[in-house]
Ligand binder design. Structure first.
Ligand code: AMP
Ligand code: GLY
Length: 417
């Protein structure tokens, strides 16, 4: 098979790495890929939201399966275009991807179908939102409706911060039209969990649990990012929580999608909060998590391409998905300044040399030129390790982080701690 992976971050590097292990695969292309991916796949310079360019490329090259990593092309309808042209694609269509593309759509869907989530109100007018900013007390959560690369969520501890956040989204338009509508949301206290699920429209199968660290600084301080580290399994995900998730969330979501005529085929990401009042859904994403994928895929025993084929062919119920019982930990190394402005083009040192067993350095924002790797994004590397315990995986991951250097590198010291 020829496989095209769309995207160029750490998640896509992990996808390419896992796909390259499939005996079914003879050639992998990545669009646009990155420095690390270029060692495993042929990178082509097509932007990940150039839906028509990507479909043309898939036709010209006779691609057998296209795997879409990021949300933007999915929300832009890449799967619909590929399906229209008879090209096999892993990822939901544009309407289904609205579960991530519009937080207002997602929250309304949850409310309508009694899927547990925090209370919320939707506002289109700044003055109106300002007037109601205290309806759930403080702290409060303010969210831009549309896509904002994981940064459109503001947790405001008091009225001043809330007003400032609202102004950034609705007046200063920090996220452009993504801020046409805002959600004011009840602040939920608890511990976060990520559950990724394979969905083929009829069957939904959860992967292993993970924990993502969204804030930039240790002890969950500072602004939200795309994710600064992860580990799997998530130790707070007990068998009781698993039962609750399957029965009171996952099954309801599948049923609700059927009722709404949403034919979801791909990965559905559940961002969850375990609260004193049960598990609640914080968000849906319409794709693999980044950096959750970096810790989940090393634990998957199956051939990922076989699983993806089953998703596209709606035969997920016929396969058994198996996981290694080992733990994995991923520490993200980011550029100085991220998640705000940051510089690119710093030389990365310490990547060469023999790969240590059970350590995987997934590249997120890197570029390779004449054998030298340069930083090329906010999140630069996802340094991942597996171990017999979380502690062992953590030590290996941090050991590898310490051997890698680039100017201004920042990373959290408390991942999986
Ligand atoms: P989202 O993109 O909606 O998942 O929000 C990003 C992050 O903001 C989540 O992973 C949580 O850490 C935090 N968050 C979102 N909504 C809430 C909420 N209602 N209460 C507390 N934290 C939240
Ligand atoms: N790690 C968060 C996300 O993928 O959205």
């Amino acid at each position: 098979m020829k496989v095209l992976v769309v995207g160029g971050g750490g998640r896509e590097h992990a996808l390419v790495w896992k796909i390259s292990q499939s005996p079914l695969v003879e050639k992998i292309y990545a669009a646009p890929g990155n420095g690390g991916i270029s060692g495993m796949a042929e990178c082509v310079e097509i932007g990940d939201t150039d839906v028509f360019g990507l479909a043309d490329f898939a036709q010209q090259k006779g691609i057998d399966l296209t795997v879409v990593g990021p949300e933007a092309p999915l929300v832009a309808g890449i799967a619909d275009e590929f399906n229209k042209r008879g090209l096999k694609v892993f990822g939901p269509g544009g309407r289904a991807a609205m579960l991530e593309g519009s937080k207002v759509f997602a929250k309304s869907f949850m409310k309508k179908h009694n899927i547990p989530t925090g209370d919320f109100r939707v506002f289109e007018d700044f003055e109106d939102a300002l007037e109601n900013i205290g309806i759930f007390g403080f702290p409060v959560v303010i969210k831009a409706d549309g896509l904002a690369a994981g940064k459109g969520v503001i947790i405001a501890k008091d009225r001043d911060e809330a007003e400032q956040g609202l102004r950034e989204i609705m007046v200063e338009r920090r996220f452009g039209s993504a801020g046409d509508k805002v959600l004011i949301e009840e602040f939920l206290e608890g511990t976060e969990m990520t559950m990724l699920c394979f969905v083929d429209g009829q069957t939904i199968v959860p992967m292993e649990s993970a924990r993502d660290y969204k804030r930039i600084f240790d002890d969950d301080k500072g602004p939200n990012t795309g994710g600064m580290g992860t580990f799997s399994p998530n130790d707070i995900y007990t068998p009781e929580i698993d039962r609750e998730f399957r029965e009171q969330i996952m099954a309801l979501v599948l049923d609700a999608m059927r009722k709404e005529g949403i034919d979801y085929r791909g990965v559905l990401y559940f961002g969850l909060m375990a609260t004193g009042d049960g598990i609640k859904v914080l968000e849906f994403n319409c794709r693999f998590g980044d950096p959750e994928t970096q810790v989940i895929l090393p634990r998957l025993k199956n051939d990922l391409v076989e699983v993806m084929n089953a998703v596209t062919e709606r035969t997920l119920k016929d396969i058994e998905i198996e996981w290694a019982s080992r733990a994995s930990v991923c520490v993200v190394m980011a550029s100085a300044g991220y998640p705000s402005d940051y510089k690119k083009g710093e030389i990365i040192q310490g990547l060469e040399g023999p790969q240590e067993e059970d350590v995987y350095v997934f590249h997120a924002g890197t570029k390779q030129d004449s054998g030298i790797f340069y930083t090329n994004g906010g999140r630069v590397l996802g340094v991942t390790a597996m171990g017999d315990s979380k502690q062992q995986a953590r030590e290996k991951a941090y050991g590898a982080v310490e051997r890698i250097q680039f100017k201004g590198a920042q990373y959290r010291k408390d991942i999986a701690g």
